[in-house]
Design a protein. Structure first.
Length: 388
């Protein structure tokens, strides 16, 4: 009888314990349900990347296009053959088409009113360039007809161009592209057109810079893209130090949320720096031209800049960060005899004394220009001199 009582007591205790345990679990579940759900949701972080490379002015003097002319055909591929394998490593590649591509049907021309062959654009696109600035001080050199021929050319290509158009509709279009899950756009402006007036009612032919226009354009697109690039044709020719207006405009564009400002026009290298989170390349210098040395090869030593764009998305919120900024000097090589010939753009990582015996000193000098405002800016060193 006592044994049965003990068994009953044990069962009662077990039942009470089980009941208390279930009661405790219910209380914890109720408390847990009152806590913010994100505390118990694994945070998902997604990262996407986009690589970008940038070079400067394609200033196509007659010496450059005559050098490319063989058997009735313009072929510029050999002039940029050392650049092509570098550019093709990047998702996006920018250059400034300084001289308008009006094509041979209008008649090619040199300084001071340029017109260049379409075939130069073909070579650049074949090399991998897919972002093009068309807003320069030479856009109206050959008038509206050349702009129309330029539009005809660029509209036939799969390329993002900005700064010069053939209608208000095209000019006002919000152009957005996407690569690797990152949406981007390019806006482009020039300070002027060498005194050639923009035809009244046809302001779409070239984007002239003003704070008001830039602000309106940026506000129209800023919240629609992850990456906002602005090409600025600005500054004082042949001056390594940005002028006051460049610096003021850079500060203003940075305040509007521009991610990268790409500077062209001075024909020489100017510094690379950051204003807050905005990368500012004040001037990339020339990319290819027949400009002889203005002062110690300053129009012949150029800059190629690259950066990685990293988009991070966490809890539905995205942010952009620029990483791995890198720079390489380029050299615009040519021979000079009865005529200038054998034009070729040489990365300093492939330079040797057969191109210029003084290249190491030039590297040291122009690297300091690039790092004028920020000594931490990285620049690739030249290769060892293997020339005999």
């Amino acid at each position: 009888m006592k044994k049965i009582k003990w068994i009953i007591l044990v069962l009662i205790l077990i039942g009470l314990g089980a009941g208390l345990y279930i009661y405790w679990l219910n209380i914890k579940e109720e408390e847990t349900s009152k806590l913010p759900k994100e505390k118990f949701t694994e945070e998902k972080v997604e990262t996407q990347k986009l690589s970008l490379v940038m070079v400067g002015d394609a200033l196509i003097h007659s010496s450059v296009y005559k050098d490319a002319y063989t058997n009735g055909v313009y072929d510029f591929t050999s002039q940029i053959e050392l650049i092509k394998p570098i550019v093709q490593q990047y998702d996006l590649a920018f250059y400034n088409q300084e001289t308008i591509l009006g094509g041979t049907s209008l008649g090619l021309s040199d300084y001071p009113t340029f017109n260049s062959p379409w075939e130069f654009g073909d070579a650049m696109l074949d090399a991998g360039f897919n972002l093009v600035n068309l807003a320069t001080n030479h856009t109206l050199d050959r008038g509206e007809s050349a702009v129309m021929k330029s539009c005809e050319y660029w509209e036939s290509k799969d390329v993002f161009y900005a700064g010069s158009y053939c209608s208000f509709e095209s000019s006002n279009e919000v152009k957005i592209k996407e690569k690797n899950g990152i949406k981007y756009t390019l806006l482009a402006y020039t300070y002027g057109t060498n005194g050639i007036p923009v035809p009244e009612g046809k302001e779409y032919l070239v984007n002239l810079y003003s704070d008001e226009k830039a602000k309106a354009d940026i506000e129209k697109v800023r919240d629609k893209v992850d990456l906002l690039l602005v090409s600025m044709h600005w500054g004082t020719e042949y001056q390594a130090v940005p002028n006051d207006e460049q610096q003021r405009e850079a500060e203003y564009l940075a305040s509007l949320g521009v991610d990268i400002i790409i500077g062209t026009h001075p024909h020489v290298i100017q510094p690379v720096t950051y204003i807050g989170d905005t990368l500012v390349i004040y001037s990339l210098g020339n990319f290819i031209s027949a400009q002889s040395t203005n002062n110690d090869y300053n129009t012949m030593v150029e800059l190629m800049s690259s950066v990685e764009v990293v988009k991070t998305t966490e809890n539905g919120q995205s942010s952009i960060k620029l990483e791995n900024l890198n720079n390489e000097l380029l050299y615009n090589y040519y021979k000079k005899g009865n005529r200038w010939y054998d034009f070729k753009v040489i990365p300093f990582s492939q330079m040797n004394s057969s191109y210029n015996r003084d290249y190491q000193r030039l590297f040291d000098k122009y690297s300091q220009v690039v790092k004028m405002y920020d000594n931490s800016i990285n620049i690739n060193a030249p290769s060892e001199d293997k020339a005999s």
